[in-house]
Design a protein around this ligand. Structure first.
Ligand SMILES: NC(=O)c1ccc[n+]([C@@H]2O[C@H](COP(=O)([O-])OP(=O)(O)OC[C@H]3O[C@@H](n4cnc5c(N)ncnc54)[C@H](OP(=O)(O)O)[C@@H]3O)[C@@H](O)[C@H]2O)c1
Length: 313
């Protein structure tokens, strides 16, 4: 196997631990695929894992690769892989434990990889898996969203928020949401109404929504409850130990940790293929210059308005 480039780190820490280094891609194990990466996209989980915030799941083995979302071409398959073959154009996510999508090659579980819709560029496809899957599982699998219902998305212009708004509309639901006041026009363009600021008064929208998705993890539970219609559901995607306890109690509140379910990723791919799900790409950088861009994203939360995408050629 030839040597390739990747972004990796040798201890948990801030962005200063990141390096572009040579590595030898692993052979795909049983149920895994090796993908030649064309484009990869950044998510907040990249820096949370690198900081060591999830080391209970990610362990202490170094060097560790960075990044989850990718689009590319299957280069090899492990034993037992039947759905995908060498040469397939795919997109998907590397597992939380393995990561490593910010690289020329990545190994991922077959269940976390599906065929790339032909009408999406590599960059557009790479921007979708983590946020699309999370939004789908929040609204559809956990929120049990049905046509004609109303959804409220707190943080409706983040990656998960944008994906959720579009998936809700694709399911025949209406969408309200909160965003920064300077970005209201973008929420308007996504068909979101009503649009409120992050610190809105929930009493003014009381009893109007079937599903409340808190993408930022900052919505007070009382406010989320006030928004709900009877029988509605609240989904929070920013877990803490206290939130897991609350989530285990009877009632409308659930914490969600997205997971690789191939049928869900297929549904996300189908929505993207029909033009019903797009994540704007706000900035594209080559792998060799990506560490500076990733540092800026983490520190300044820029670029706004879409995803940071890393390309390999
Ligand atoms: N549980 C899971 O499986 C899972 C999966 C994916 C993501 N997540 C987590 O979910 C969060 C969102 O992910 P993402 O990819 O959507 O991130 P993102 O693209 O960075 O979006 C975050 C959004 O939250 C908004 N925001 C900032 N401060 C806010 C506040 N006080 N109230 C409401 N919204 C606020 C931001 O607005 P501005 O840009 O205007 O500041 C931005 O639109 C991250 O913490 C991520 O780690 C969890």
């Amino acid at each position: 196997m030839t040597t390739m480039k990747c972004i990796q780190y040798h201890r948990y820490g801030g962005p200063e631990v990141l390096r572009v280094e040579d590595f030898e891609p692993a052979r795909p194990g049983p149920g895994e695929v090796l993908v030649r990466v064309k484009a990869a996209a950044a998510n907040p989980m990249d820096w949370k894992i690198r900081n060591g915030e999830m080391k209970i799941m990610t362990g202490r083995k170094f060097p560790r690769g960075l990044g989850h979302d990718f689009a590319g071409v299957v280069a090899a398959v492990g034993t037992g892989v039947t759905r995908l073959g060498v040469g397939d154009e795919v997109f998907g996510g590397a597992s939380v434990k393995a990561a490593g999508a910010f690289a020329e090659m990545v190994v991922a579980e077959e269940k976390a990889v599906v065929t790339k819709p032909a009408n999406l560029s590599w960059e557009e496809a790479a921007a979708i898996p983590v946020v699309g899957l999370t939004a789908f599982q929040a609204l559809v699998s956990t929120g049990k969203l049905r046509a004609g219902q109303a959804v409220f998305v707190h943080g409706c212009l983040g990656g998960v928020g944008r994906a959720a708004a579009q998936i809700a509309v694709a399911h025949g639901a209406t969408v309200g949401g909160s965003c920064r006041v300077t970005a209201v026009h973008e929420a308007h363009d996504l068909g979101i109404a009503p649009i409120v600021e992050f610190d809105f008064d929930a009493r003014k929208l009381a009893g109007r929504f079937d599903v409340v998705l808190d993408t930022a993890g900052t919505l007070p539970v009382e406010a989320a409850r006030a928004l709900l219609k009877p029988g509605g559901r609240i989904i929070d995607i920013n877990p803490t130990p206290a939130k897991f306890v609350r989530s285990a109690l009877p009632g409308p509140y659930r914490v969600l940790m997205g997971k690789a379910v191939v049928e869900d990723l297929e549904a996300v791919a189908q929505a993207a293929g029909k033009g019903m799900l797009r994540l704007p790409v706000a900035r594209t950088v080559p792998l060799g210059k990506a560490i500076a861009a990733l540092t800026e994203l983490e520190r300044d939360r820029t670029p706004k308005g879409g995803k940071l995408v890393i390309t390999t050629e």
